[in-house]
Design a protein around this ligand. Sequence first.
Ligand code: ATP
Length: 604
Amino acid sequence: MQPSTDTLNYDLKRAYSKNRLAGLWRLMTGFRSTYMVATLAQGMAALAKTATYFLLRYFVDTYLSGASTVALPLLAVSFLALAALEGGFTFISATFASRTAEGVTRRLRNYLYDHIQHLTFTYHDNTQTGELIERSTSDVDALKRFFADQAISVGRIILLFIVNFVALINLNASLAWRSVVVIPIVVAISTIFFHYISKAYEAYQEQEAVLSTALQENLAGVRVVKAFARQDFEKEKFETQNFEKFIRGKRLLILNSFFWPVTDVLCTAQVLYGYFTGASMAIHGEITLGTYLAYTGLIVWIIYPMRNLGRLIVQMSTGMVSYGRVMDIIKQDREPLDDGTLTNPEQAKGEIHFENVGFAYTDGTTALQNITFSVKPGQVIALLGSTGSGKTTLVNLLPRFYEYTSGRIFLDGQELNTIPRRWLRNQIGIVEQEPFLFSRSIEENISYGVDRKVTKEEIEAAACAAAIHDVILSFPEGYRTVVGEKGVTLSGGQKQRIAIARTLLKNPRILILDDSTSSVDTETEAEIQSALQSLMKDRTTFIIAHRIQSIQSADLILVMDKGCITQRGTHSELINQTGMYRQIFEIQTRVEEELEREIASVRN
Ligand SMILES: Nc1ncnc2c1ncn2[C@@H]1O[C@H](COP(=O)(O)OP(=O)(O)OP(=O)(O)O)[C@@H](O)[C@H]1O
């Protein structure tokens, strides 16, 4: 019974419900029949067990008293057949239960992975990576346990109760009623514990996510930690968080260990009371010996499963908490990639016009105000300004990573917010200051982002233009060399040139460059500059500049401060005006002259 493609493609947003139990039921869409088979098989196994006790009664009351016409071997075979049936049905149930659990969680994992990648930048800005990892792994596993074990067991226990209670009534009604007095108490206690354990578990999972984030950040920033020799500080911070997890884990454990003895005592008292009442009835001849023997088996099969129901109710709280945590992600709206209209479906020309554009982040930070400028296709626009002045925010509006909150932006005459994001992002190439490379081969990294199949020659041509071909060939495995975690085996300059090759191959009409040369030495800078020249040819280019040297030939320079454009023009125009541009230019020229003098004096 393989799940159909429809089942795998089921939109899990529809599984959202405020009532978590109802939501878990919806999560099972497409697997409910498998779940039913598993539960029914459990019921059949229970029936076989109950029948065994009835056969025992028959054996004691009828066969041993000589009133039976059935031969002993047949009775023995019947006992064996019932045991085989019980085993067989238990096996079927376990198989179908694991199919349900694996199927539901496989779909959930795929969905979450895809969904997280489609969530907005704003969502990712406000959510910690560790939290997302925790919800996609540990919470999904808790749900797997819920479907593999708890959900099936609940069905099994309810069936066991019905079958065995009917059997008990059949044996002796008064004894049957006296055997279940403890059940309402066990259910009440379980419900109370359910409430407390849910809360404790939620707190525990939250803390686990905090730890996960700490670990993940620490690994990602291991160089910074080492560079600042902050290992002890980080260790202490981690230990504090880990201690908090320990405390929360302990609380969870204590609650669980309170629950067990309480229900154990109650259930054992009930079973003993049942044994005692039954024995007394047998002694007084109210029931037969066979009935008593069957009863002692059946009562165990009612009471202990009910005690397990209590345990399950408590354990189900973890599944329900995890359901809520996973659904918190799933109910977030995706960023639509294909909505909007396109009057120019082939390729953008690259003419851009900003008209009084303003933007504020959702936390209320106003990052841009009254931004107006125009760019012709193929022109180079440089953005210069102090840190936090809004340069990155401005370029992030172009691929619609964020939506401008006022004014209008046009690309080739069409308003940006009517252009489908997918198409738009295909027209824009971004080279970041610290490009991210995947732990895949250099070849794969360069061809990343190109939908069609690319040839080896194309990849090499891009690498040549990016001045990195020879470096790649010097690696033992050439283009097949796998880039280490976050590209640690490559230098910053090499990574940048690979990112440039990747963008060249994508062949976008619009380029966004975060001044890629600010952190490299002069020789590498020259190489990157030559790579950039080939990249920028005939493309509209936005450069976020940190050094005036690299933007002197720009067609338009925008000087930004506190989200506004304070100066605009070409280098020669701006250099002749009083203002921030000339100040920065003078400071940078002075610093560089001093540096050159120092280098010269060291050489001499
Ligand atoms: N995701 C975000 N959420 C909220 N505020 C943000 C976000 N990103 C940036 N900001 C704020 O918006 C303002 C502009 O930031 P932006 O990153 O655009 O500046 P920048 O000029 O690129 O700075 P830098 O040169 O340091 O990169 C700053 O006040 C910053 O704190």
